[in-house]
Design a protein around this ligand. Structure first.
Ligand SMILES: O=c1[nH]cnc2c1ncn2[C@@H]1O[C@H](CO)[C@@H](O)[C@H]1O
Length: 320
């Protein structure tokens, strides 16, 4: 194996974010060089607090946390926070003690730009929340899309229903303007939508195995997973949980477990389908000039080896 891939996780922890962060820390294929925080599952201030807390639990306070935006790209303050999915504290209503550490002075966007410049083409951003910080990084440095290695995005519902409403997935719903700006920025992007992550389910039996194990992260996650399980039971009538964020992290750790297609993605920024992600496969040359013409292409995940992804996640959490 060569050098581990340098990754920055942009995150709104969040129960499945916690799982993804722990998974990253247990994966020799990647080196986590920082966490940047964003609103989504919780408000940004709480996301920062939870990110610091999770790194303290992991004994990895050497990893910096840079706080991200508190408002959308268009300065919107009416945010949709998914506390009904993750608990009011974002971590399964466990009310953990406040972290001892603090975030660094630098903003998330400045942190992203600085690292893209320090290691051109070598840094992967794994974006697990709304895309505001990534959009701000591009505004701060228009060359950011070309200097960042890859941006792996948990976001979108490609040709399936959303999870906020029938059209829209939660992270894109959080900041559709930022999402459209990022998707058309020319960066090397891989979008992992809920059309893929809904195939990756952690079952009750898996949770039992985690609980029976001696893994430090497995034990911690079992404490916070209850709220996430009951939300899935109420919302989807399933006895399991979707592994959105961990599956996206796996796209950085072992890309061969997913397949993707290439095309242009635009995001609807208004109306009842606000946040809808539309994929253009570029196969047809349309008679009219469209809003999709001359836009850079991105990769969109299509299939996932779900059993292999669940096995890998389980193995790494159990052996922690
Ligand atoms: O119904 C929902 N509303 C809002 N957020 C959700 C919902 N279901 C899951 N997530 C959260 O949004 C991301 C994937 O879209 C994941 O981080 C997941 O935890």
């Amino acid at each position: 194996m060569g050098e581990p891939k340098k990754i920055i996780i942009d995150t709104d922890p969040g129960i499945d974010d916690a799982m993804a962060i722990f998974l990253a820390l247990q994966s020799p294929e990647v080196e986590v060089i920082g966490l940047t925080t964003i609103y989504g599952n919780v408000y940004t201030t709480l996301a920062t607090r939870n990110a610091l807390h999770l790194l303290e639990v992991a004994g990895r306070t050497d990893i910096p946390v840079a706080e991200g935006s508190h408002v959308t790209l268009m300065k919107g303050t009416k945010l949709r926070i998914a506390d009904f999915v993750h608990g009011t504290d974002g971590l399964g209503n466990q009310n953990f003690p406040p972290p001892k550490g603090k975030s660094i002075e630098e903003s998330a966007a400045a942190f992203l730009v600085r690292h893209a410049n320090s290691y051109p083409g070598k840094v992967t951003v794994v974006a697990l929340g709304p895309l505001t910080n990534i959009a701000l990084a591009i505004q701060l440095d228009p060359k950011f899309p070309k200097k960042i290695g890859q941006i792996i995005i948990l976001g979108g519902a490609f040709a399936v229903n959303g999870n906020v409403n029938p059209s829209t997935e939660a992270n894109i719903f959080g900041d559709p303007d930022a999402a459209d700006f990022v998707f058309t920025s020319g960066a090397d992007i891989l979008a992992v939508g809920i059309n893929v992550t809904h195939q990756v389910v952690l079952t009750d039996a898996d949770r039992y195995k985690l609980a029976q194990s001696k893994g430090k992260f497995a034990q911690y996650l079992c404490k916070i997973l209850d709220v996430y399980f009951s939300y899935h039971h109420d919302a989807y009538n399933i006895k399991g949980v979707y592994l959105h964020d961990p599956t996206t992290l796996i796209a950085a750790v072992n890309p061969s477990l997913l397949t993707y297609t290439t095309g242009v993605v635009r995001v609807q920024t208004s109306g009842i389908t606000r946040g809808l992600t539309i994929f253009y496969n570029t196969k047809k040359r349309f008679a009219e000039v469209t809003e999709w013409c001359d836009k850079p292409t991105v990769k969109v995940a299509v299939t996932v080896d779900a059993p292999a992804v669940v096995d890998l996640i389980m193995e790494r959490l159990i052996n922690s």
